[in-house]
Design a protein around this ligand. Structure first.
Ligand code: CDP
Ligand code: MG
Length: 136
């Protein structure tokens, strides 16, 4: 049985800065994701703080929010069968050093903080994150 889901993907500043956004979008498409909506934006630090609020208590929170707001990003709604998990698998582990071959973070990630992509970690969070960027 099919289980079409939508998830939120972000191409982070380190990847956009290196002009990797089109290449990464092609990887999503090749792997069967439909890009339902997309936009290239730069967000304020205050918006990044809201987006990453779940990480508020973590030691990396301040740097993480400053980083997400540091340059243009591409935010996308991706759609596919089991999209949330499929995207997490295609992205690879948070630390590019631990990411498997043929994952986006293995291929493009620079470090644990500059790891090129974000992806929702659950269906509930996917809905919240899609609303965050695309609710008008
Ligand atoms: O992005 P992912 O869901 O894989 O990881 P997370 O645990 O939700 O952390 C969110 C983001 O915080 C990561 O993608 C990293 O960019 C950053 N991070 C960091 O800078 N240092 C850490 N020790 C852990 C995460
Ligand atoms: Mg996460």
């Amino acid at each position: 049985m099919s289980n079409i889901e939508q998830t939120l993907s972000i191409i982070k500043p380190d990847a956009v800065e290196r002009n990797l956004d089109n290449e990464i979008k092609e990887i999503f498409k090749k792997n069967g994701f439909k890009i339902v909506q997309e936009k290239k934006i730069q967000i304020e630090k205050s918006e990044a703080e809201k987006f990453y609020k779940v990480h508020e208590t973590k030691p990396f929170y301040t740097d993480l929010c400053a980083y997400l707001a540091s340059g243009p990003i591409v935010v996308m709604i991706l759609e596919k069968d089991n999209a949330v998990l499929a995207n997490r698998e295609l992205m690879g582990a948070t630390n590019p050093k631990d990411a498997k071959e043929n994952t986006i973070r293995k291929k493009y990630g620079i470090s644990i903080d500059k790891n090129s992509v974000h992806g929702s970690d659950s269906l509930d969070n996917a809905k919240i994150e899609i609303d965050f960027f695309f609710k008008d």
